[in-house]
Design a binder for this molecule. Structure first.
Ligand code: SAH
Ligand code: SF4
Length: 403
């Protein structure tokens, strides 16, 4: 990738050649071919490397070395891992691969937002969006192909085909974006302090808490500070309200939390975010009250999509601040992003501002999220791969919105 990677030569820790006995150990090749390294946790990688013939006593160090090549330097070819003995590199190449989702298409918006359509195993497609901002850049990552939930204002919710993404496919989205942005460090070059992908939001396709283990393991890899090293405070997971997994998110991931709140009565929330029929507003708020303490994070982001005449009255704004009283919070108002066949309209700017004003006066930050990448259908809730196999009809969407 970036010339020769021999900067560790001479460092005893990093360049210790493996002893010949590695190669005499019978190696079990995994059934079904080579194991993809991307997305394995350190423990999983260690086990896989031992299974491939790495002596147990060396495994930890080898994991550290490979980890750094893959996740710090962005190397894809074992031959470039110059602090490993040649034979050992060959052994790794036989047992492992370093594989990422394939870019099917890349669209760049007039505002610089980039939307990637990625192909993953099984021929499925998911979308990832990169949003450059002043002094930072956010990658919006998908956690599932489609979504099993059917929020009536969300384009992804109209997509029938669903499977969980593997940790490798989640981590792979970040690595693909770093490839495209040419953001891997160049050996010897001074470190650039402002990272192009400085933040990550799990706000793409899918409900991350319905893929809990996949997301958790992926975030372990992404947060590891000898690799991609995004801190947990730069990762925001957005959930529609999978209440039983909220405490686990605090304990096992510890990232920032956003919640798709969107309504102030159960009646309206049942229609907009149908998971509310299972865990209602009160149950959700109880789980949220615990989150800042359990995760040692400051505040929760309440996402609130502004739908004309549905949830955007002054009364809604006042009810909202009453409901969340006592929870350290920021309220992110999202102007509804329209999509073909959507059963709602975006609230007017005056309405959104009036709503924001009430929330603000009650003491909460209430930023209005600027829609980004609308011209390429990359804005919140617009993601849906055009090549999906099943599609709901307008009538189905309307029926769900009404029901
Ligand atoms: N499934 C998760 C994360 C993905 S959606 C969740 O629901 O939280 C990311 C955010 O975009 C959510 O707050 C979601 O409610 C919002 N959203 C979905 N469709 C939208 C649309 N058409 N316009 C604006 N925001 C939308
Ligand atoms: Fe799924 Fe989130 Fe869309 Fe609801 S808003 S359908 S949970 S992706």
């Amino acid at each position: 990738m970036c010339g020769s990677f021999n900067q560790f030569a001479g460092d005893p820790d990093m360049s210790a050649p493996i002893t010949q006995d590695v190669l005499t150990i019978p190696r079990k090749l995994p059934e079904g071919g080579r194991v993809n390294i991307v997305g394995l946790t350190r423990d999983q990688l260690r086990e896989a490397m031992i299974a491939a013939g790495t002596p147990e006593k060396q495994a930890k160090m080898r994991v550290g070395q490979v980890w750094q090549w893959v996740y710090h330097w962005g190397v894809r070819d074992f031959a470039q891992m110059t602090n490993l003995a040649k034979d050992y590199r060959a052994l790794l190449a036989e047992a492992f691969e370093i594989a990422l989702p394939e870019i099917v298409s890349r669209q760049v918006s007039a505002d610089g937002t980039r939307k990637y359509l990625l192909r993953i195993a099984g021929g499925h497609e998911v979308e990832t969006v990169y949003i450059p901002e002043e002094g930072r850049g956010t990658l919006c990552v998908s956690s599932q192909v489609g979504c099993t939930l059917t929020c009536s204002f969300c384009h992804t919710g109209t997509q029938k085909l669903v499977r969980n993404l593997t940790p490798g496919e989640i981590v792979g989205q970040l690595m693909v974006a770093r490839d495209d942005l040419e953001e891997w460090p160049v050996p010897g070059a001074p470190r650039d302090e402002t990272r192009l992908v400085s933040n990550m939001v799990l706000m793409g396709m899918g409900e991350p808490l319905y893929n809990f283990e996949g997301v958790r393991d992926a975030m372990k890899v992404v947060m590891d500070n000898e690799g991609l090293s995004l801190s947990r405070r730069r990762i925001t997971l957005s959930t529609s309200g999978v209440v039983p997994e909220i405490a686990r998110t605090a304990e096992e991931i510890g990232c920032l939390l956003a919640v798709s709140f969107h309504a102030t009565t159960d009646e309206i929330r049942n229609k907009l975010v149908p998971i509310n029929r299972r865990w209602n507003i009160q149950a959700l708020l109880e789980a949220l009250r615990e989150y800042p303490r359990l995760s040692n994070s400051e505040r929760i982001t309440f996402e609130y999509v502004m739908l004309d005449g549905v949830n955007d009255s002054d009364e809604d704004a006042r009810r909202l601040v009453r409901l969340i009283r006592g929870i350290p919070a920021k309220i992110n108002l999202i102007p509804f992003n329209e999509w073909p066949g959507a059963p709602y309209k975006r609230s007017s700017w005056e309405r959104i501002e009036a709503f924001a004003d009430i929330v603000h006066k009650a003491g909460y930050a209430s930023p209005i999220r600027t829609p980004r990448g609308e011209d390429i259908m990359a804005a919140c809730g617009q993601l849906k791969s055009a090549t999906e196999r099943g599609r709901k009809s307008r009538a189905e969407i309307a029926a769900e919105a009404a029901g």
